[in-house]
Ligand binder design. Structure first.
Ligand code: FO1
Length: 333
């Protein structure tokens, strides 16, 4: 059985840990392919950093910092401190000493002509995540966020000037507190899906949309030409999990992202944003948390089969239970 999941960073990785555990018990021969978001990728001090790929790899490989949800456990930041002592920017990016080894290998391998898909597979040889991790594209793409200029600069008529920040600067330096006017995936129009990405979606037995950020993680993956159409057309059932519980994201700042694209921050808002596959959208079924149970009828009315279940992934068992709910939803037409 082949299961393919589009995943971003921390929320997606937690779900994947549960999916892997559920399948190990229920379907030990099942294979999981993860299509990872590369819109967060950034050049930092000459190193190519791929936050969402690394979060999936480290989390499933057992090397993640449980406290932060990103980067390596037992991490130190000596190089970062030394760079700051030289006055080298950016100082706001938490570049960890252990993490640098990953970025050095990736940067050197890319410079030698290997693709990001090949480099990711090579890095996963060490971490053995138990899934095949595919970058959404091998092309260079970066999510940039259009905001009012943080310096307060204005045009002669007094209107605020707008500037585009790399997503990481908006997310880390400004904690997503600068209202985003627009998210732009730079390079999207030239991007092509990584090798095996489309096959992994159209050839899957189940396609899952974990509770990653629907705008800058899942949404970014869907912007690579061909991927959204593959999800719309795959013969496999497509099951998504709401990243919003109550009227707030479980973690991160998905609400800041949803507001920017005019989507209501609710389990219903995101479901309608993805749309029902029977209406040309992306999902057949949508798992919402028990606190949102009263939204079932409005989601069903949109042509999306709504399933109510606990979606807070407080530990691996909870994540596995959620994954089982998704797999069950995929089995029942
Ligand atoms: N997130 C932060 O909030 N602060 C950081 O300094 C930071 C550094 C960092 C370094 C490597 C990496 O792989 C991830 C890192 N993240 C940091 C998380 C990252 O910004 C997010 O995980 C994703 O880009 C959004 O999901």
């Amino acid at each position: 059985m082949h299961i393919t999941a589009l995943a971003g960073g921390i929320g997606g990785s937690r779900f994947l840990v549960g999916l892997r555990a559920a399948l190990a018990d229920d379907l030990p021969d099942a294979q999981i392919t993860v299509i990872g978001n590369t819109g967060d990728d950034i050049w930092i001090h000459g190193l190519r950093v791929c936050p969402d790929l690394d979060t999936v790899m480290y989390t499933l490989g057992g090397g993640i910092s449980a406290e932060r949800g990103w980067g390596r456990e037992d991490e130190t930041f000596t190089v970062r401190e030394e760079l700051a002592a030289y006055g080298v920017e950016p100082t706001w990016f938490g570049l960890g000493d252990r993490d640098i080894a990953t970025h050095l290998i990736r940067t050197q391998s890319l410079a030698a002509g290997y693709t990001l898909t090949e480099v990711t597979a090579a890095l996963c040889e060490r971490w053995q995540p138990g899934v095949r991790l595919l970058p959404m594209t091998d092309g260079r793409t970066e999510t940039h966020v259009v905001v009012d200029d943080p310096t307060g600069a204005t045009a002669p008529d007094g209107t605020p000037l707008r500037t585009a920040l790399h997503f990481q600067e908006w997310w880390i330096r400004y904690r997503a507190q600068l209202p985003a006017h627009e998210f732009v995936l730079v390079g999207a129009d030239q991007a092509t899906p990584g090798p095996d990405v489309i096959d992994a979606i159209t050839g899957a037995d189940v396609v899952l949309l974990p509770p990653s950020n629907p705008v800058v993680s899942i949404g970014t993956i869907l912007q690579v030409p061909g991927i959204a159409d593959a999800v719309r057309s795959t013969p496999a059932p497509v099951v998504g999990v709401s990243p919003i519980v109550g009227d707030a994201p479980v973690r991160g700042m998905a609400d800041a992202c949803l507001r920017a694209i005019g989507v209501e921050t609710s389990a219903t808002g995101v479901a309608l944003h993805y749309g029902a596959r029977t209406e040309g959208g992306l999902v057949d079924a949508w798992v919402i948390d028990t606190v949102d149970a009263e939204r079932t009828a409005e989601i069903d009315a949109a042509g999306i089969r709504c399933i109510v279940a606990p979606t807070m992934m407080t530990d691996e068992a909870a994540s596995a239970a959620l994954a089982r709910v998704c797999l069950e939803a995929a089995r029942t037409p």
